[in-house]
Design a protein around this ligand. Structure first.
Ligand code: ADP
Ligand code: MG
Length: 140
């Protein structure tokens, strides 16, 4: 399996509770390197655009508002099989169903406030990374 990159977001529930270091320690310990990172407040356009695949879902408006409710950290992770590895370290969408030791099980609060986002395919990872980062902002 080749070296991949994936987009990670630390969500507002986690920046609010000052657990960004704990989350990134879990990511780094798993073998993922943070090769780009910024702390930003999402605009309405960014939050709606980023989650546009979910716009028909009943939770879409709440999700957009949640993602704008505080700062987020957007970051690019790099490593062997990074897309799946990040999803494995994150755990299931619902923290109540996430395996013990995963970020969502240890840090997540609810199915919405589940602390982290991770790209779900290599193709989406490429698109999501370019949503937030220019090539020259990525420093492996
Ligand atoms: P994942 O983040 O695990 O890829 P999805 O892509 O299905 O999950 O959903 C995107 C985000 O929308 C989730 O991480 C979560 O914040 C929110 N979400 C998903 N399902 C629900 C739900 N049933 N109710 C409220 N929010 C949800
Ligand atoms: Mg998803």
């Amino acid at each position: 399996m080749a070296i991949q990159r994936t987009l990670s977001i630390i969500k507002p529930d986690a920046t609010k509770r000052d657990v960004t270091g704990k989350i990134n320690q879990m990511l780094e310990t798993s073998g993922l390197r943070i090769v780009a990172q910024k702390r930003i407040k999402l605009s309405q356009d960014q939050a709606e655009g980023f989650y546009s695949v979910h716009k028909e879902r009943p939770f879409y408006n709440d999700l957009v508002n949640f993602m704008m409710s505080g700062p987020v950290i957007v970051q690019v992770l790099e490593g062997e099989n990074a897309v799946k590895l990040n999803r494995d370290v994150m755990g299931a969408t619902n923290p109540e169903e996430a395996d013990k030791g995963t970020i969502r099980a240890e840090v997540g609060l609810s199915i919405e406030a589940n602390s982290v986002h991770g790209s779900d395919s290599e193709e989406n990872a490429i698109n999501e990374i370019s949503f937030f980062f220019e090539d020259e902002e990525i420093c492996p």
